[in-house]
Ligand binder design. Structure first.
Ligand code: BGC
Length: 773
């Protein structure tokens, strides 16, 4: 834990300059707009420790795989989202001496991330070694309204000198990734130069030939008056800069507006890139910083209107959820089905900006409820478009007949992960792809997705499962050997309950879906059959497996077993561990972790979360009571699922504890790794912990359910969801639950299992049940 940020409902505030926290703050104060993102690096040069990070969604590089012991089937490369052109840079010199906070006396330093309006502010007073003192205020945003624009206002005031202030804004494409496997330089020069409004740089990736053009246009003012003198423009390899030297007297204030355009060949042909950037730069210069900022904050106001969660009486919890929602929308806005949500979003290099099962299992519910259907649909289509690669991936591993294994980690559909116990064995991810389709249809009622795309994905995944199970003569049952479940602290285990259960469920759901598409859209059904060579004879094998699968359980305790022989392990609980042994992954050898009973993240509990309806409450309780005390929650994805299950089971204190842990995971740096970037995907879990956890929201069998609880620490909370074309507002107070239909027709829902109609005219008011156990 490392708590150095102030608690505030709408802002993240760092008060005081902490060079030793610089990387952590660079992660926390990151900005993004779904198209690109930027760590909170300083604009002026900084010689202290820092991780430079400027990322563009979809621009990646296949970095050659590096492993100690190569295994057949490993991917040749790991695709990573690249640190791209630096568009924020502004070198500052005071009377010729560089402003570098690492080498200055710094006071009154403050960084404020205004989440309501979506901008970052930095304030400080710096005393240079010469004794010259300046007061600086910098505002930066990446436009939510115009996806290719970022802007900076850099104000400097002379506090004690008459002399010169030099601004040297630049765009620099000569950047590197810290995590390059072979220290390779990923970018090469294409062109740089200047045009009337400013300068530009075009670079391209050495592999895949992605082109990026970034430009800047600069405007200066002194004490509120425009400075019209021309800058000295310098064009160097992969860099263009403009230098302005402004004579000042003590008390003068000089302000630079730098507006940058960052565009790529993902959205424009290479021939069009430069003309496009040129014309957008011209437009941006004419619009100006203030109007761009206004449009941007307007867009944030719309996003907040649909997605905010208001918590009354608990500012820490309030700040936590807003930070999570803010970072999610900075990472993914859902217009482009080629983009996805990396576990660290645009905030660091770890996980390479790639897509994991996190998207389907965690992020999808958030976007389903807070954004129009097309956003969640785009997340599903992303996987549909990558189905051919998932089939190829399975073929490489020896599967056939159109079986698909979606990658554990991917950028373009191909597997990038290269640890055998995960690449080859953590196959449960396939189940999450199928579950997401089910989840989407349950929530939206949009059955058309099945015939359009979903069924093809489901059949391919079911084909995989049917080949991954094998018949065990000894047991006279179907078993699944050599897998890794969600709990990555166990590898190469047999019959992981979660994986086998979701495998069987997928086949069952696929059978139901086949039935639906065949009866509702027979023409499309035969097209699919032709396209993928599918005959219903195949499904006999699926049924046989489903009816005769080995799912390990312990009858005496009345629980499912995480895997065969789990109970052979020495049974200890997390309470038996010393604080100084944790996190285990930083203190224990890997073999010790593997032999222990400790669980990294929900495994059986993850399955119970997905399929809670399949079991009675006592079954859920016995399993939760058994597994949670053995769970160290060393994956960010763990606390949120436990928060939801704890709420469901009436363990309200635990639910609240888990909620705070997930909501403030990065703000309080629970896992001491925020310097690497934020845990973006688990942030969606925070939202789930409130909406599905405390409020008990479920969409199942065509109906909507709530069973709201209220944490003792809160006096009330409210949030909105989009549900089958309606916008509903749910407010939970100590005595009452109110549900208002803000938009759309009357809809039926269940509150504490009683049926109600919610009409547009009148809010539904239901007495709150105090203990829902
Ligand atoms: C978790 C995985 C997750 C990955 C990316 C790992 O630590 O165990 O379940 O997909 O992080 O978030």
């Amino acid at each position: 834990m490392n708590q150095y940020l102030e608690v505030d409902k709408w802002n993240i505030i760092e008060d005081g300059f902490n060079p030793e926290q610089q990387r952590s703050s660079e992660s926390i104060f990151s900005l993004g707009n779904g198209h690109m993102g930027q760590r909170a690096n300083f604009e002026e040069s900084y010689s202290g420790d820092s991780l430079q990070g400027s990322y563009i969604g979809g621009i990646y590089y296949p970095d050659k795989t590096k492993v100690g012991w190569w295994k057949n089937g490993y991917p040749e490369y790991f695709a990573k989202v690249l640190n791209s052109v630096n568009w924020i840079g502004i070198d500052i010199a005071i009377n010729g001496a560089p402003l570098d906070l690492f080498k200055c006396g710094v006071s009154a330093f403050k960084r404020v991330l205004n989440m309501k309006k979506g901008y970052l502010k930095r304030l400080f007073v710096a005393e240079l070694p010469s004794g010259d003192k300046v007061e600086v205020e910098v505002t930066r945003f990446i436009s939510m309204a115009r996806k290719e624009i970022g802007a900076i206002e850099y104000n400097i005031k002379s506090l004690n000198f008459d002399g010169d202030i030099t601004f040297k804004p630049y765009v620099n494409g000569d950047v590197r990734n810290e995590d390059a496997n072979y220290d390779e330089h990923f970018w090469s020069e294409v062109e740089q130069g200047s045009f009337e409004e400013g300068g530009y740089v075009t670079t391209r990736t050495k592999k895949l030939d992605f082109h990026v053009t970034a430009s800047m246009t600069n405007q200066l003012q002194q004490n509120g008056n425009d400075i019209t003198e021309d800058a000295d423009t310098e064009v160097e390899s992969m860099q263009v800069s403009e230098e302005y030297t402004v004579p000042v007297s003590q008390g003068d204030e000089v302000s630079l507006h730098k507006i940058a355009v960052v565009a790529s060949s993902l959205n424009h042909s290479t021939a069009q890139l430069k003309p496009h950037v040129k014309s957008l730069t011209k437009d941006a210069a004419a619009i100006g910083f203030a109007t761009l900022l206004y449009e941007h904050t307007q867009r944030w106001a719309e996003i907040w209107d649909g997605s905010d969660v208001l918590i009354e009486g608990d500012d820490k919890a309030q700040q936590g959820i807003r930070f999570n929602i803010f970072q999610l929308y900075q990472t993914y806005t859902g217009e482009d089905e080629r983009l996805n949500i990396g576990p660290k979003g645009f905030t660091g290099e770890k996980y390479g900006g790639c897509t994991y099962w996190d998207t389907e299992a965690y992020c999808l519910p958030f976007y389903l409820n807070t954004a129009p259907n097309k956003v969640a649909r785009n997340l599903l289509l992303y996987r549909y478009q990558q189905l051919p690669e998932a089939i190829e991936n399975a073929e490489k591993l020896g599967f056939e007949n159109g079986a698909a294994l979606y990658p554990m980690v991917t950028m373009n559909g191909e597997e990038c992960h290269n640890e055998w116990e995960i690449t080859f064995e953590e196959v449960h991810r396939n189940g999450a792809m199928a579950y997401a389709i089910h989840n989407y249809i349950q929530h939206t009622g949009d059955e058309s997705y099945l015939s359009e795309a979903g069924l093809e994905v489901l059949i391919a995944i079911s084909r995989f499962w049917s080949q991954r199970f094998n018949y065990s003569e000894k047991r006279d049952k179907f078993v699944m050997l050599g897998v890794t479940g969600p709990n990555e602290y166990e590898n190469n285990i047999n019959n992981n309950w979660y994986t086998s259960y979701i495998g069987c469920w997928t086949m069952k759901y696929t059978l139901e879906s086949i039935e639906k598409v065949r009866s509702n859209n027979s023409e499309r059904y035969s097209d699919i059959q032709d396209k993928i060579g599918f005959s219903e004879d195949e499904t006999a094998q699926w049924k046989e497996i489903m009816d005769n699968v080995h799912l390990p359980e312990d009858k005496k305790r009345g629980i499912f077993l995480q895997q065969d022989n789990y109970l052979d392990k020495e049974q200890r609980t997390v309470e038996d561990l010393n604080e100084n042994e944790r996190p285990l992954n930083q203190h224990w050898s890997w073999d010790r972790i593997l032999r222990s009973c400790f669980i990294k993240q929900g495994d059986v509990v993850q399955g119970l979360y997905f399929f809670e309806d399949h079991f009675d409450e006592e079954m859920l309780r016995r399993n939760f009571d058994f597994y949670e005390p053995r769970t160290v929650h060393e994956s960010s994805l763990s606390p949120c699922i436990h928060a939801i299950m704890a709420s469901k089971l009436g363990y309200s204190d635990r639910a609240y504890e888990f909620y705070l842990r997930t909501a403030r995971l990065d703000l309080d740096d629970y896992n001491e790794e925020v310097h690497q970037g934020l845990h973006i995907t688990s942030m969606a879990g925070t939202w789930m912990a409130i909406v599905e956890g405390f409020a008990g929201k479920r969409a199942k069998d065509g109906e909507l359910y709530f069973a709201p609880t209220l944490p003792d620490e809160w006096s009330a909370y409210s949030f909105k969801i989009l549900y089958k074309g309606r916008r509903l507002k749910i407010r939970v107070e100590a005595e009452e639950v109110q549900i208002t239909c803000e938009d759309g027709e009357t809809v039926q829902c269940y509150v504490y299992d009683e049926q109600y109609q919610i009409t547009a005219d009148e809010p539904l008011k239901v007495s709150r049940k105090k203990a829902v156990a």
